[in-house]
Structures are given as structure tokens and as C-alpha cells.
Write a protein that binds this ligand. Structure first.
Ligand SMILES: [Zn+2]
Length: 326
């Protein structure tokens, strides 16, 4: 495991510790999260016990796990067979907790069907609403085999995709690249898309500097810090997400790299068999420096209680999820 000495988004070294826990390999655990956690402990980290902390950056409000995965551990984790089998097992257990869903009909789960049908349309509509230019060449980073790109292909846009793993859905006409160097040879792009990818990348700021090809616009989706799975967390646990973005921290990630924020909001999107609070951001590359807007302070109760307790108390009192502070 690797100790992060700076915030992966803004490089500040001023953190507060939100939670810590000792994670132990226990083959008898059978809940969805522990199935995945056990697999990561045994096959990725190769330890039977580990102290894990959840840190919040005091400057940009980003939350990240520490220690986090080393390069070797990342390669072992996304090894196709092990990773996908474990995710499938975890989903099998999760699906049982949803009425009328079993793993066998997971693919036919109404939310999954809705997600597969709706999300490419959603991404396309968001881009069309905020990007005035016509798009000739775009790339989806972490987009499987191009599942997000169908609507763009209807516009006769040339579509590239880069993913570390092969996905089951082949989309005709999408050009697959093997690595970032190969993708960069096709730059500059009119638009880059990254959905549900940046939360997996350990030093996400360094990744943006090293690997992102030139592009005029960037469409980004990441689970919000308020994501359903995260709300359940009373203590940090090992999963493949290492970053928990807030709107301020996602803004800082892009604005400190010369992007202007055109649009940002949190919305609940169907994602596989969940409705997940997701931050949707559209950014435009500028030549000059972008003035970084100072993050608003979190509400008093959030600071005093911590985000998790705040959400629990808010839900108990009102029956609803709290509004998202910008
Ligand atoms: Zn930070």
C-alpha cells in the first residue's frame, strides 16, 4: 500500500482524519462489500490485516483513502479475470437484497436496463446543452468498448475509447486505443468523456497532468461524496474507489489545469442497479489561467458532525437526503 502525502486533487498537506478502521481478511464474511474487500485484501494487497483511514482535504474538501493502492496493487486489481469475477460475486449478493432481482436476471433488472438505455442519451444531451460547437472527434476515457458513444456516432462524430479492461458490449465503429500514448497521437480532441473513472485513480491530479490528451471540452461524471454506498459507510473499507469527490474538489481538479467550469451539479442517475448521486461537470479548456473560486465552507453541522452523521440525522428528521452544498 502507498501513503499519500498530499491531497490527490490540490496537493495540500492539510487534512483531517474522518474515520479509520482495521480491515481483516475473513473468508466467512458474505456481504457484498466484504466479498470484494476480502478479495482485495487477499489478492491485491496480500495482507490479512490493514489499517485504513479516510482523510478529508481541508482546502478543497476532497476525501480519499489512505494508505491507498500502489502501482503493483492496481495492476493486480484490474487483472481482468479476478476483478470481474469478484465484482460479479459482489453484485450477485447485492442483487438478492433487491426485490425481484437475482444475479441471473441482473442484466434485465429494470434499473440496469434503464441505465444502459438512458445514460448515453443523458451524456449526449448534457454535452449538446453546454457545448455549442459541432464535435468531429471525441474520446471516452474508461468507457469500456464505447457504450456511452452511440448518440455521438449518430452525429457522425469520430469516436475513440480507451479502457484498461475489455467490456462485453462491442460498439461498431468506435476506435479502441490500447494506452494513453496511442490516444495522444490522435489529439487534439473536441471533447473528452470520463464517466465513473476518476474515482479509481490514485493520484488523480498527477494522472490529469501526465495522461490526459489535449481537448477543447471535458465531460466528467463521478459519484458524489454522498453516493449511496458511501452513506452506508461507518468506517472506511477497501474497494476500488479511492477518491470521493465534492463539487468544490472536482472544480479544483479541472480549474487548476486551465479549464473553465461551464456547468456542474449533483443529480441522481441510474447506474447499474442503483440510483446514485453523481456529480456531472462540463469544462472548457482556456488558454489563460482560470481564477479558482474559493470553495464555500461546508455547513456548520457538517463540519461539526462529519458528513456521514449529518446525512443520517438529516434523513432521520426529514426522511430525505440533504441538499448538496456547492
Ligand atoms: Zn485538496
Amino acid at each position: 500500500m502507498l501513503n499519500m502525502r498530499h491531497c490527490p486533487v490540490c496537493r495540500s498537506r492539510d487534512f483531517s482524519e474522518m474515520r479509520s478502521s482495521i480491515r481483516k481478511y475473513d473468508p466467512l464474511f458474505s456481504s457484498a462489500e466484504s466479498t470484494r474487500e476480502n478479495w482485495i485484501l487477499e489478492h491485491v494487497v496480500r495482507k490479512t490485516e490493514l489499517e485504513l483511514r479516510l482523510l478529508m482535504c481541508k482546502k478543497c474538501t476532497h476525501i480519499f483513502t489512505n494508505p491507498t493502492f500502489s502501482g503493483d496493487e492496481i495492476s493486480r486489481m484490474y487483472n481482468y479475470t479476478g476483478y470481474h469475477e469478484t465484482i460479479a460475486r459482489a453484485r450477485q449478493i447485492t442483487a438478492r437484497t433487491y426485490p425481484s432481482a437475482t444475479y441471473d436476471d441482473y442484466r434485465d433488472h429494470p434499473l440496469n436496463r434503464e441505465s444502459l438505455r438512458y445514460r448515453p442519451v443523458f451524456i449526449h444531451s448534457q454535452v449538446k446543452a453546454h457545448v455549442p460547437e459541432s464535435l468531429k472527434k471525441i474520446a471516452d476515457i474508461g468507457g469500456g468498448e464505447g457504450i456511452n458513444l452511440g448518440k455521438f456516432q449518430e452525429d457522425k462524430t469520430t469516436c475513440y475509447v480507451l479502457d484498461v479492461a475489455d467490456g462485453p458490449q462491442k460498439i461498431a465503429g468506435v476506435i479502441k486505443t490500447k494506452n494513453y500514448d496511442e490516444l495522444k497521437r490522435h489529439a487534439p480532441f473536441d471533447l473528452l468523456i470520463s464517466t465513473h473513472t476518476l474515482e479509481h485513480i490514485v493520484d488523480v491530479g498527477d494522472f490529469m497532468d501526465q495522461h490526459i490528451p489535449l481537448s477543447d471540452y471535458f465531460y466528467c461524471e463521478v459519484p458524489s461524496q454522498y453516493a449511496i454506498r458511501y452513506l452506508k459507510l461507518r468506517q472506511p473499507f477497501l474497494n476500488e474507489h479511492v477518491n470521493y469527490f465534492s463539487m468544490p474538489s472536482l472544480r479544483v481538479l479541472f480549474e487548476s489545469r486551465g479549464f473553465q467550469t461551464l456547468h456542474i451539479r449533483v443529480t441522481y442517475l441510474p447506474y447499474q442497479i442503483f440510483r446514485m448521486p453523481v456529480i456531472v461537470g462540463i469544462f472548457k479548456k482556456t488558454d489563460g489561467a482560470v481564477k479558482i473560486r474559493k470553495s464555500r465552507r461546508l455547513p456548520f453541522l457538517v463540519r461539526e458532525l462529519g458528513i456521514l452523521s449529518y446525512i443520517q440525522i438529516y434523513r432521520r428528521l426529514t426522511g430525505r437526503y440533504p441538499p448538496f452544498p456547492d
